[in-house]
Ligand binder design. Sequence first.
Ligand SMILES: NC(=O)c1ccc[n+]([C@@H]2O[C@H](COP(=O)([O-])OP(=O)(O)OC[C@H]3O[C@@H](n4cnc5c(N)ncnc54)[C@H](O)[C@@H]3O)[C@@H](O)[C@H]2O)c1
Length: 281
Amino acid sequence: MESVTKHYANEESGISLTVNIGHLVNGNILESHVVLITGGAGGIGSAIARKCISQGAKVILADVDEKRLATVEAELGQNCRSIQCDLRDINGFDDMLKKATAYFGHIDCLINNAGVSLHEGDFMNVTEKTWDIQMDINLKATYFLTQSWLRYYRENHMKSGRIVMMASDTSGMGSSIPYGLAKAGVASLTHGLAKKLITEGIRINAMAPGTTLTPMTDDFTHGEVCRSSTQGKRALFPEEIAELCVFLLSDQSACVSGNVFGCSEANICFDNVQRELETNP
Ligand SMILES: NC(=O)c1ccc[n+]([C@@H]2O[C@H](COP(=O)([O-])OP(=O)(O)OC[C@H]3O[C@@H](n4cnc5c(N)ncnc54)[C@H](O)[C@@H]3O)[C@@H](O)[C@H]2O)c1
């Protein structure tokens, strides 16, 4: 995977910037690992899959979206397989893990990435229906898939495992909307489980991105990459989140467990973005 340089400009805010993404060169830091990625057909999930494969891993994508699954699987080739599933069906998790194991022999890395955000915007707009959907997919599925995977890990006498949870910058904002509350639960679960499982050889960390350019944010347009309202002056790219994920799966982060890594607009800017604030310094 090669580094890509992209240029963005937004006339309205007067911001232009140059972004380099894809710093991690192809390698083998995840060789022999098999990674199950929920929401693997989505923006961040597919970027994680791509990066994991570029580092020698094999991946299995689990997602409800059959069409996008087929597209991503076809693109990623023989080191990628997919399973179509609805993560609201928590009783199907043991079977899903069995099916996933049949592809590459084991699953030692679990990425609880699938999520939905219904953009209610305000406390008063929330209904029981939207509450349930967001809690079920963002938190309940994460909780019970992790439980199923741990059962699998123990039954197979595995000695080393890694879990990466997908929180959000909203999880640290005392958000009143179900999405943020569910993500706060994910962050809390990360801290709590990490302490329990480290002696079994399992490391658990979470990532908490800010606005990232994926289908979830409907935010593909050229100009919207630039954000005058954020300190970093831009939104994030899924590839950047994926690079952090690869680090958390690899032995390079062997001394790290139980952490929630904020990767929001406020702290992304200075190591990989050259900013040229033309009229709005
Ligand atoms: N994009 C952002 O700005 C942002 C910011 C912070 C956190 N996140 C989190 O990152 C994760 C990935 O989001 P994304 O931005 O790539 O969004 P996305 O919409 O591109 O991907 C989400 C994926 O989850 C899948 N999914 C949804 N419900 C499912 C279900 N019931 N069963 C199986 N799969 C299901 C979707 O089909 C989709 O492929 C989510 O957990 C999201 O909350 C995203």
